[in-house]
Design a protein around this ligand. Structure first.
Ligand code: KIV
Ligand code: ZN
Length: 511
């Protein structure tokens, strides 16, 4: 008999707390669909009380997700819990995740509450949550620095109040595997009725041990792991889903448990999250890094050719690395195009959007002989970007650079229905284009990040550009893809400006 480990993905909540990783509702929906396909058990879709936009995104996710449980975070306050309850109402399976800090340092300096008050509030929050769902998770924030006797007391109280999952977070990434494992063993031994609830671990990566700590918790009785795709999250991030899942799968000799994850969806999910958030994946990142399955030294290559397992403990194809597959070309028809988009989980609303995407596809097929799945993913993102209300729309552009002369660019934009143009010089063609756009838009934003990645290989590959802009404390990411990286850059810049133009403010759950 193997136990099931519940995979609780918090990419859309804790992951979104990475600086600059905030996502639009459409982007969250796209990731949520992919997480469902990946087979995660719980999707923490956001923090409903943060803003009306967050609540709306959770509600929309709750409406479309059939299999996974959809969860909202809520501080232990009536307003937060009720906002979470309303947001998850449309879900087939909905959960409220409420939390309060339990460490002396947080209770004294942040909450300014006594132990008694904290317990009372936690119990009350669980009771409010139960008015909406019987699936209620309670987290003792900063459990890693909380006193053991107090943790036992508060967990006992919330079990009596009706909580069904107890989450033990290493909020500040302070623990090490042996101590974290021991903490679970002790809690499960000391908390009355501990066998009636699911014990959950939530680890941050400040000392690079989030995944190792999570696995130590599993070895000592935790049956839910909270994690994110690519380890995204507050500060140094969270335990990364791909590492935890593949460790459990690969070391069957150590773990007497399994997850319900379709591991072949790991790499596509990782790429999608990276492209939407603008957080690139380090080439050496375990499982999902570009070099994770590459063998450089001659001795290793020779070994793998003779017998794969000499240097490989996992198979690349098992985690979704497939050799770039040519899926379509310029002669492919509309029906085949639509079917492939559906297989890739790219949902376009209405015939008009499909027609527009098909026109873009034909355009791309003219410039680029072979179209891969990754190109179609980028095309889907472009089409979604076009669906964000386009206050600033690119009509035409040109850039010229020549040895010994300053690069120049001209851009024609449609701004709120009116066409206007500008010319500018810059240090390079991208700089010139951005300056020309800025002459028209006068956004006065700060450029925090500009990055270009090739979507597939070859000099005819599309470049995917991410532009991160900040204005008045708000940070947005814009994306654009094109075989011409100057055009991709202009698209990304305008996408970010459109998001800023349409955006709303959000609060932070830990404040
Ligand atoms: O790190 C943390 O403590 C959290 C809680 C809200 C679970 O993210
Ligand atoms: Zn966290």
């Amino acid at each position: 008999m193997t136990d099931k480990i519940i995979i609780f993905d918090t990419t859309l909540r804790d992951g979104e707390q990475s600086p600059g990783a905030s996502m639009t509702k459409e982007e969250k929906l796209r990731i949520a669909r992919q997480l469902d396909k990946l087979g995660v058990d719980v999707i923490e879709a956001g923090f409903a009380a943060a803003s009306p936009g967050d609540a709306d995104a959770i509600q929309s996710i709750a409406r479309i997700i059939e299999r996974s449980t959809v969860c909202s975070l809520a501080r232990a306050s009536e307003k937060d819990v009720r906002a979470a309850g309303e947001a998850i109402k449309p879900a087939k399976h909905g959960r409220i995740h409420t939390f309060i800090a339990t460490s002396p340092i947080h209770m004294q300096h942040k909450l300014r509450m006594s132990e008694d008050q904290v317990v009372e509030r936690a119990v009350q929050a669980v009771k409010w949550a139960l008015e909406y769902t019987d699936d209620v998770e309670f987290s003792a924030e900063d459990a890693v620095r909380s006193e053991m006797d107090f943790l036992v007391r508060i967990f006992d109280a919330v079990i009596k109040a009706g909580a069904t999952t107890l989450n033990v977070p290493d909020t500040v990434g302070y623990s090490i595997p042996s101590l974290w494992g021991e903490r679970f063993k002790d809690l499960i031994a000391r908390v009355p009725n501990s066998d009636k609830v699911i014990w959950s671990t939530h680890c941050h990566n400040d000392l690079g041990m989030a995944s190792a700590n999570s696995l130590a918790a599993v070895m000592n009785g935790a049956r839910q792991v909270e994690c994110t795709i690519n380890g995204l999250g507050e500060r140094a991030g969270n335990a990364s889903l791909e590492e935890v899942v593949m460790a459990i799968k690969t070391r069957r000799d150590v773990f007497t448990c399994d997850t319900g994850i379709d591991t072949t969806q790991i790499v596509p999910t990782s790429k999608l999250v990276s492209s939407i958030t603008g957080y690139p994946i380090h080439p050496n990142k375990a499982i999902v890094g570009a070099n994770a399955f590459a063998h450089e030294s001659g001795i290793h290559q020779d070994g793998v050719l003779k017998h794969r397992e000499t240097y490989e403990i996992m198979r690349a194809e098992d985690v979704g690395w497939s050799a770039n597959k040519m899926v379509m070309g310029k002669h492919s028809g509309r029906a085949a195009f639509r079917a492939r988009l559906q297989e890739l989980g790219i949902v376009l609303e209405g015939e008009e959007a499909v027609n527009a995407a098909f026109a873009r596809f034909k355009d791309l097929a003219d410039k680029k002989h072979e179209i891969f799945d990754e190109d179609l993913q980028a095309l889907g993102s472009d089409e979604e970007a076009a669906q964000v209300s386009e206050h600033f729309r690119l009509v035409a552009m040109g850039a010229h650079s020549e040895t010994g002369a300053l690069p120049v660019a001209r851009v024609v934009l449609n701004v709120g229905g009116k066409e206007t143009h500008a010319d500018a010089q810059g240090g390079g063609p991208v700089d010139a284009i951005f300056k020309a756009i800025e002459q028209i838009v006068k956004s006065e934003t700060e450029l925090l990040l500009y990055s270009v990645n090739n979507i597939t290989s070859g000099t005819d590959a599309q470049g995917e550009v991410t532009v991160r802009l900040s204005k008045g404390g708000r940070v947005v990411n814009g994306q654009g893809a094109d075989t011409d990286i100057v055009t991709a850059s202009a698209k990304a810049y305008l996408n970010a400006l459109n998001k800023l133009h349409a955006g709303t403010e959000r609060a932070h759950p830990q404040v």
